[in-house]
Design a protein around this ligand. Structure first.
Ligand code: NI
Length: 261
C-alpha cells in the first residue's frame, strides 16, 4: 500500500511552530467504516481487560461497574487488520516528513467515549512515560465518525510543545484512576479542532490537549497511533514524574496478575 497524503512545506512549518496539525483526511471513508466495525466489536468483547489492556481511563475501573471512558492499548494486536490500513501507511509517511526518514510504529490506543462520557482533562502525553528517557514520537488521533464540539473533538494549546512536562495528578486526585490531568493550565488560547470521520489531528507528546464531554447521542470513537523513533536515555535534565508513583490502579493489578500466572 502506498501513502496517499504528502504534507506541504507550510503544513510542516505549522506543525513545528504550533505543536499540532489538522488534516481533513488521512484515510478513505470506506476504510473508516471497515475499521469502525472492528473497533466496536473489540470494545463490546472487552478484549484485553483481564491483562490490563482494556480499562477505564477516567474512573476507578472496578469489575462489574460501567466504564466511563473505556480505552484499549495495543488494539491491533487483537485485530491485525487495523494495522494493515491506509491510516497506518499514511501516519508512517507523515511521521517521516515531520521527524526524519525511518520513523516506525511506536504504539497505539483507542478511546471510545460513550454518550454522556466525561471530558478527557488537559494533559501532555509524555507525563505517562518514563521520565529518564526522550520520546521522539508524533501522535495521530483519528475519529471514526465526525468529531465535533458536541461529541468531544480535540483541543490543543498552540505552542505548548515548547513547555517542559508540567506537574500532573490522577484525574479527581483519585489514585485508582489511570488518566492524568495537569495541575494547572491556562486554556484561554486553546484551539478546537472539529474534523470529519477519517480526518486526523497530529501532536507532539508535549503538546497540551483536551477533549470535552460527549454531549451527543452516539459514541465518539478515536483511534490513536504513534509513529517515530524508540525512546532513548535523556542526555540532561533529571525529571521526576512522581504522579505515576501515586497511582494504584485495578488495571495494573490485572496486568501484574496476568504476568505472574
Ligand atoms: Ni493524550
Amino acid at each position: 500500500m502506498q501513502p496517499t497524503v504528502v504534507l506541504t512545506p507550510e503544513q510542516i512549518e505549522f506543525f513545528h511552530r504550533e505543536g499540532y496539525l489538522v488534516l481533513d483526511a488521512i484515510t478513505t471513508q470506506e476504510e473508516v467504516e471497515r475499521l469502525r466495525e472492528i473497533y466496536d466489536q473489540l470494545f463490546e468483547q472487552r478484549v484485553g481487560r483481564e491483562i490490563g489492556h482494556q480499562f477505564d481511563l477516567a474512573g476507578p475501573d472496578e469489575d462489574g461497574k460501567e466504564e466511563r471512558l473505556p480505552q484499549i492499548l495495543g488494539i491491533s494486536s487483537y485485530a491485525p487488520e487495523l494495522r494493515n490500513s491506509l491510516y497506518h501507511v499514511n501516519a508512517r509517511a507523515i511521521a517521516c516528513q515531520l521527524l526524519g526518514p525511518g520513523a516506525e510504529f511506536q504504539g497505539e490506543h483507542a478511546i471510545r467515549k460513550p454518550p454522556g462520557g466525561p471530558a478527557t482533562p488537559w494533559h501532555q502525553d509524555e507525563a505517562y512515560l518514563d521520565s529518564d528517557k526522550d520520546h521522539p514520537v508524533v501522535s495521530f488521533w483519528m475519529p471514526l465518525q465526525e468529531a465535533t464540539l458536541e461529541n468531544g473533538c480535540m483541543y490543543f494549546i498552540p505552542g505548548s510543545h515548547r513547555w517542559e512536562v508540567q506537574p500532573h495528578h490522577p484525574i479527581n486526585h483519585d489514585p485508582r484512576v489511570h488518566g492524568l490531568e495537569m495541575d494547572e493550565v491556562d486554556d484561554s488560547l486553546a484551539v478546537a479542532c472539529p474534523i470529519p470521520a477519517g480526518g486526523a489531528t497530529i501532536h507532539t507528546l508535549r503538546t497540551a490537549h483536551y477533549t470535552p464531554p460527549n454531549r451527543s447521542a452516539s459514541p465518539r470513537r478515536a483511534y490513536t497511533v504513534n509513529y517515530g523513533f524508540p525512546s532513548k536515555p535523556r542526555a540532561e535534565g533529571d525529571r521526576d514524574f512522581y504522579w505515576n508513583r501515586l497511582k494504584q490502579t485495578a488495571r495494573e493489578a490485572r496486568a501484574r496478575q496476568a504476568h505472574e500466572s
